[in-house]
Design a protein around this ligand. Structure first.
Ligand code: 9MR
Length: 331
């Protein structure tokens, strides 16, 4: 057998996350950037293991509409063609958010009608540009505070709470086949924020607003995760007929006392528990991790610690968290 052929056979028989996820009719993905996928080793691990890609930054408004009416989809298009070439689904992220906005929005003074038009133009142009390429969009991201109050944002302050219904309607008009999600963090268990989302989405469904799912970001730390509470909480959304996907999972390690090895083992247990919940719920159709390898994680900068939140280390070696995830997918 030639070396190359041997390699292919080895590769094809290697257990991978996506092979086992597929057997369960689930998808498994990574948030990434166009400049990461240029690295051959990165790209080979990404495409070997995962079948969904979420642009970590490059579909946000600050990137795609830097000036009013001037759209730049260049970097996002690179990710779309990478995904298409490698048979990966794409989650679009995120149309309406309070962060990563262009200056003309942050500093803008417009009437309410103009703000609605700005939102409509942004959503319509962006969703239409990627029509047919993106299977699910995070339409509105992080609209609530932890206490369940609406977060005051440029959209909320200038349009009012109806900006959420409008955003979903505009997205649906632009691509009726895309699944439309509301996405937020610290919502994994029942708490004031997830209750506020539950109330919002119940109202949206009653009003006929086109919403298909809730994205549970699942930025966790090792301590204090209650899996049965998580299951109960996701299930109540699933019972409304919504998808309940895990959209940005990572697990901070520096807060956990112990050696590095103990931290990584404890982290693996949390991965295992969460993936078990996700696999047990028919409404949970995909799990996306917020980066491929530890060095890529936003948490390094955000926490100020060298962080180890993901499934692969910086040499692309599989961490205990990877093995724990794979083992849950195999069950
Ligand atoms: O990980 C993302 C980081 O690279 C960006 O600089 C930042 C601002 O756009 O957004 C980070 O991703 C966030 C995601 O879009 C929404 N949920 C919280 C994520 C971490 O901050």
């Amino acid at each position: 057998m030639s070396g190359q052929l041997k390699n292919e056979v080895n590769n094809s028989s290697e257990p991978t996350l996506k092979k086992f996820a597929e057997i369960k009719n689930k998808h498994i993905g990574i948030a990434t950037q166009s400049y990461y996928v240029n690295d051959a080793q990165y790209a080979s691990v990404l495409t070997r293991e995962f079948d969904i890609l979420t642009p970590e930054y490059q579909m946000k408004m600050g990137q795609v509409q830097p000036q009013q009416g001037v759209f730049d989809f260049g970097e996002a298009d690179k990710l779309v063609s990478f995904a298409r070439k490698n048979n990966m689904l794409i989650r679009g992220h995120a149309l309406i958010w309070h962060q990563s906005l262009p200056d003309w929005v942050v500093n803008g003074h417009f009437t309410k009608e103009q703000w609605i038009q700005i939102m409509k133009d942004h959503i319509t142009k962006t969703v239409s540009h990627f029509k047919g390429e993106i299977y699910a969009w995070d339409v509105v991201n992080e609209a609530f505070y932890q206490n369940g109050a609406f977060r005051p944002t440029v959209w909320y302050d200038n349009i009012g709470p109806e900006y959420i219904d409008l955003a979903f309607q505009f997205a649906h008009e632009a691509d009726p086949n895309a699944k439309l999600f509301y996405n937020d963090f610290d919502t994994e268990v029942t708490n004031p924020r997830s209750n506020a989302i539950y109330k919002m989405v119940t109202g949206m469904k009653a009003r006929g607003v086109p919403i298909d799912g809730i994205g549970f970001q699942t930025h966790l730390k090792i301590e204090g995760v209650d899996y049965s509470e998580m299951k109960k909480n996701l299930k109540r959304f699933g019972d409304l007929g919504l998808d309940t996907d895990i959209t940005e999972m990572d697990i901070v390690t520096h807060t956990f006392a112990g050696t590095q090895e103990e931290r990584l083992q404890a982290q693996a247990k949390v991965y295992s528990g969460v993936i078990q919940v996700a696999m047990s719920l028919p409404s949970c159709k995909s799990v996306v991790f917020w980066g491929l390898k530890d060095g890529n994680s936003w948490l390094n900068k955000y926490t100020g610690f060298s962080e180890y939140p993901l499934l692969f280390d910086n040499n692309y070696d599989k961490k205990p968290a990877y093995e724990a995830t794979l083992n849950q997918l195999k069950l």
